[in-house]
Design a protein around this ligand. Structure first.
Ligand code: ZN
Length: 167
């Protein structure tokens, strides 16, 4: 339990004031935070499934994200809460939040206004760009994805190609 220091003067208190909203204990107990109390949050456009960016959340940032309709991160560089879009206008409206199997990462599905990346790119991964890789391929006798996923993948590949060609 947190101990709350009561003081007679107006000195700032370390613990949250009594009665301040807290992250639901059932959710908090499932989080596996890093040494700084943070979990990674993967941000995805809810309808196109583009992976937009990765940020970090502490319990309070997650509480705000779950309860306000807007994504809030904890900024590791500035050591402060950062509600996406407040300065840039590039707001992220929350559609759904999932916790991964071992509790150390969040998937936040959003409706992203404009660019997710501070560089002005739609996604941070578009901004960073692809690395060269050795492409792996599944063997013919390995389990194949369901037909509908194969069609999605095909359509995605075509769309990616079209997007590249129109640049
Ligand atoms: Zn970025």
């Amino acid at each position: 339990m947190d101990t709350i220091q009561h003081s007679s003067d107006d000195a700032p208190m370390k613990a949250d004031p009594v009665g301040a909203p807290r992250l639901d204990r059932r959710i908090a107990s499932r989080l596996k935070r890093d040494s700084k109390g943070l979990v990674a949050a993967v941000i995805q456009q809810f309808d196109t499934h583009e992976v937009l960016m990765v940020g970090y959340m502490n319990d309070e940032a997650l509480r705000r994200t779950l309860s306000t309709g807007r994504v809030t991160f904890w900024s590791r560089s500035r050591q402060e809460y950062w509600r996406k879009g407040d300065t840039s206008g590039h707001v992220q409206y929350v559609k759904a939040v999932s916790l991964d199997c071992d509790g150390d990462a969040l998937l936040v599905e959003v409706d992203q206004v404009g660019a997710a990346c501070h560089t002005g790119a739609r996604s941070c991964f578009e901004a960073g760009g692809p690395l060269s890789v050795v492409v792996g391929r599944r063997a013919r006798d390995e389990e194949q994805p369901p037909a509908e996923l194969r069609h999605d993948a095909q359509r995605d590949a075509v769309e990616r190609r079209e997007r590249r060609e129109t640049r």
